[in-house]
Design a protein around this ligand. Structure first.
Ligand code: ATP
Length: 203
């Protein structure tokens, strides 16, 4: 077996939604990935101070959603590591373990791509994985400016991938559930059932 391509999709997944799953599928096709590892974060660096749902719930929902494709795996590595979940630490760990077999691709949305220059040790992170940015509604106009800024800072290991745009965010889903509005077109059925059973996001 030759080298394979491993996609990595990190997020808070509070909850995981069809936008995440859509970019995962699009990246599988467009980048010719063999597998995707979903990694829920413990304390997201850019959302410190915000209280997300318990890790166990976010992990459970991610596992339920990932069941749709045998090429998907969920890793609790950031939850096990604890502390602030820096992508660089995660990629370093994955690189050490897998680089003899896999090329690594770190999947992000266009909104995250804009923030990359502020990421902790981003330069080192980009030595472990190619960053692959998916389209996200509202962010296309910034693409060139962002690329130029990243290049100016020597951050060149980023590819923009043409993906469908889905206007879905975890924030909007939590908001809708709190207001009692339906979310069944935005998340997988198993995730919706889990949210209902655990009574998440009602207040
Ligand atoms: P929140 O609304 O709570 O900030 P989110 O919907 O952005 O959450 P995260 O779990 O923070 O979800 O996202 C993980 C990754 O998935 C990020 O890189 C983000 O840019 C990307 N992403 C999330 N939703 C979409 C979407 N609809 N289209 C493209 N990328 C997305």
């Amino acid at each position: 077996m030759g080298r394979q391509r491993l996609g990595i999709l990190g997020g808070t997944f509070d909850p995981i939604h069809n936008g995440h799953l859509m970019i995962a599928r699009a990246m599988l096709d467009k980048l010719g990935l063999d597998r995707i590892l979903f990694i829920p974060d413990y304390i997201p660096p850019h959302k410190r101070g915000w209280h997300c749902s318990p890790s166990a719930d976010r992990l459970a929902m991610t596992i339920l959603a990932a069941a749709e494709d045998p090429r998907y795996t969920v890793s609790p590595m950031e939850l096990d590591r604890g502390g602030v979940s820096y992508t660089c630490d995660t990629l370093r760990q994955l690189y050490r373990k897998w680089h003899r077999f896999y090329d690594l691709y770190f999947i992000i949305g266009a909104d995250s791509a804009e923030q990359l220059p502020t990421w902790h040790h981003i330069r080192e992170a980009m030595t472990y994985a190619t960053f692959a940015a998916a389209a996200r509604p509202g962010f296309a106009p910034h693409k060139e400016k962002v690329s130029e800024e990243l290049a100016r800072q020597g951050l060149r290991n980023l590819v923009w991938v043409e993906t469908p745009e889905l206007d879905i965010s975890s924030t909007a889903i939590r908001e809708r559930i709190r207001k009692g509005e339906p979310v069944d077109t935005m998340i997988p059925k198993a995730v919706a059932e889990y949210i209902e059973q655990r009574d998440l996001y009602r207040q």
